[in-house]
Design a binder for this molecule. Sequence first.
Ligand code: AMP
Ligand code: ZN
Ligand code: ZN
Length: 409
Amino acid sequence: MPLLRSVALAAFIALALATCASTPVDQDETPSVLLVSIDSFRADYLDRGLTPNLERIARDGVRARWMNPSYPSLTFPNHYTLVTGLRPDHHGIVHNTMHDQALGEFRNSDEKAVRDPRWWGGEPLWVTAEKAGLRTATLFWPGSEAPINGTWPTDWIGYDESMSMSQRVDKLVGWLARPAGKRPRLATLYFEALDETAHSFGPDSPQTSATLAEIDAAIGHLLQGLAKRGLRERVNLVIVSDHGMAPVPASHALNIETLVDAIDARYVSTGEVLGFVPLAGHEAAAEKKLLGRHDHFECWRKSEMPVRWHYGTHPRVPPIVCQMDVGWNAVTPQKLATRKPGTPRGSHGYDPMDPSMRALFIAQGPSFRRNTELAPFDNVDVYPLLAKLVGIEPRPNDGDIAPLLPALK
Ligand code: AMP
Ligand code: ZN
Ligand code: ZN
């Protein structure tokens, strides 16, 4: 190489190195994490050929064969597990409907309870991130409306089903498009429409297929929105569901009041995971009637539940828990009499190991490998991955990042 050119090259390299070295380490250079939940998206829905945008994300990134939900396979317990890495038995959202000695009743439809931080144990990732000085934003996630450990996300909106999917996407992309320093490092997005359609019409119905296509279009809108603002390489996208969905034959419902005499026990939760509290002095009678195997369900003392469910130590778990067989539910006589005949046609809340309960996990972005398939893992393992992507130390949790490490570059 002629002397002059090599001098010029050396000068150029020196200048480039100096420029790199003098660039301040801008915290905002760490890509943001966008965690999206599509409620009740069963892992195999991705193979129906109805969701080209989600399929492309999986192809350009990572797909788990499936993800195991935690017990019980219901919405609130599992959403909160995903952001804490704790089993429901450890974070305290042990059901969508619970009783607590000091706090009273919790229902996921009761705004006052949902916003009361005393229900929410552990620490969700957005709180840990905020405490580390990072901005976070939630466009719905169970727990995000309560000041847990005294902290809300920087930006959050109270759960509002009437907000359309594209309105949610536009709002969220707006937040992510803020300038460095104002942009959330962690954001969440949530869609309930698929869960609602599949409960009403069943997972194999044309209506569920139509909703799948609508959700995929919303994901397409999200990808376009990110691309338009040059954010595709600045955002690690993690798309999950909380549980799957099983078909429910029209006649598969029991009257919960026929399972045990009202003088022996009262029920605190209905549906697929039933909770009973024996009345004082009637413990033996309640146990005799309920414990063990029955047609369409099985009951245990909370201390004797199957080990694989990691469930039964939290004070909010009632003394007797009954698990309905797949495709069955037990509800109040009032509900049996008033709900639309033949509904629900789809349900979850069944054994997390049943194939119908398998949840979705796909991810794509600057930190993820391309075209990578992961073996199935438990949903508690997502939290340590999210903490690593956000760049914060995870709080003590029940998860293990190891099954997810092959996803990362
Ligand atoms: P489920 O199918 O009973 O497990 O619960 C699903 C329902 O939870 C959805 O239809 C939503 O309407 C509701 N839901 C989800 N997120 C929230 C939230 N942050 N606040 C209140 N309700 C919610
Ligand atoms: Zn759900
Ligand atoms: Zn549901």
